[in-house]
Design a protein around this ligand. Structure first.
Ligand code: AMP
Ligand code: ZN
Ligand code: FE
Ligand code: FE
Length: 286
């Protein structure tokens, strides 16, 4: 039987809509063999997911780090998945805390821009809606939907709204520093949706080669934001650089339309991730 392995999902600890407990139950219902919880810039979902883990899916604890590459100006934002790292590693803890604070400040500034244009959205209400989780544009999108200004999250990410007109940069982690910190914390870094041109600018292959040289372990190829040609390109690049390849849903509950397990990772790549981790944090089973 082929294992079903989904290594990229979000809960209410960031901008997903299922709680960590609901997420691991949904993974069981979906018949997943492995699910990774990878909330943006936080490990706050780890404990509740672990406590609620039912029989069935194994749980990989991870995060999706907001990074940037300063090889271009303005810097290119990118996402780094990090698996099985020590959540108490001080320098990483500090970076994540800094990014979360910066996200809240940026969210408040986006709301101020909206309000200056007469759009009636409230930052305290949006922050409360995030429920203490890492706040992001999907939470602001929710407020735009509730105000009847847009119909869907995708529409809220269009150029007239959070995609361009009311988009502000975040204070992200330098990607080289992030790769080194994840490794130093015993974890395994994988570049999330590296070629997703439909989300905006992407980094050159040369940068990915440089990251591989300092510890990047893999590339996410099968992702809904990659075209078939982009998936093929990522696979080719991974083969060239000796990197492992993953596929994942990037599930966000009702903040996105993609289903849990819509894209999956092969067992061999998953085993490589587990083998490359320090073992401080183990894969859990219920
Ligand atoms: P932020 O982290 O605040 O910059 O917001 C980015 C988040 O919004 C990411 O988690 C994306 O998955 C999500 N996102 C980006 N583009 C879209 C879109 N077109 N529709 C729905 N969600 C999106
Ligand atoms: Zn997200
Ligand atoms: Fe991402
Ligand atoms: Fe994600």
């Amino acid at each position: 039987m082929i294992a079903r392995i989904d290594l990229h999902t979000h809960s209410t600890a960031s901008d997903g809509t299922l709680s960590p407990a609901e997420l691991v139950h949904a993974a069981a219902e979906e018949g997943l063999d492995v699910v990774a919880i990878t909330d943006h810039d936080t490990t706050a979902g780890w404990q509740p997911a672990l406590r609620a883990l039912p029989r069935g899916p194994r749980l990989v604890r991870g995060a999706e780090l907001s990074c940037r590459w300063s090889g271009e100006q303005p810097p290119v934002p990118l996402h780094l998945l990090a698996y099985l790292f020590d959540p108490d590693f001080p320098e990483l803890v500090a970076e994540l805390a800094r990014v979360r604070i910066a996200r809240a400040e940026r969210g408040e500034r986006i709301v101020a821009l909206l309000r200056a244009d007469g759009i009636d959205v409230s930052w305290p209400e949006i922050l409360a809606g995030a429920g203490g989780g890492t706040v992001g544009r999907p939470h602001i999108a929710g407020a735009l939907i509730r105000a009847g200004l847009v119909a869907t999250t995708s529409e809220a990410f269009g150029p007239d709204w959070l995609g361009e007109r009311y988009r502000l940069p975040k204070e992200d982690i330098d990607v080289f520093r992030a790769v080194r910190l994840v490794r130093a914390a015993g974890g395994v870094p994988v570049f999330a949706h590296p070629r997703a041109t439909r989300r905006g600018r992407v980094v050159p292959d040369e940068l990915i080669a440089e990251l591989a040289a300092v510890g990047l372990a893999g590339l996410e190829a099968d992702h809904e934001d990659h075209s078939p040609a982009e998936r093929a390109h990522v696979r080719g690049l991974a083969a060239e650089l000796g990197l492992l390849v993953t596929g994942s849903s990037d599930f966000h509950g009702t903040h996105k339309t993609v289903r849990l397990g819509a894209f999956t990772t092969e067992s061999e790549a998953y085993e490589r991730i587990v083998a490359a981790s320090s073992g401080v944090i183990e894969v859990a089973s219920g």
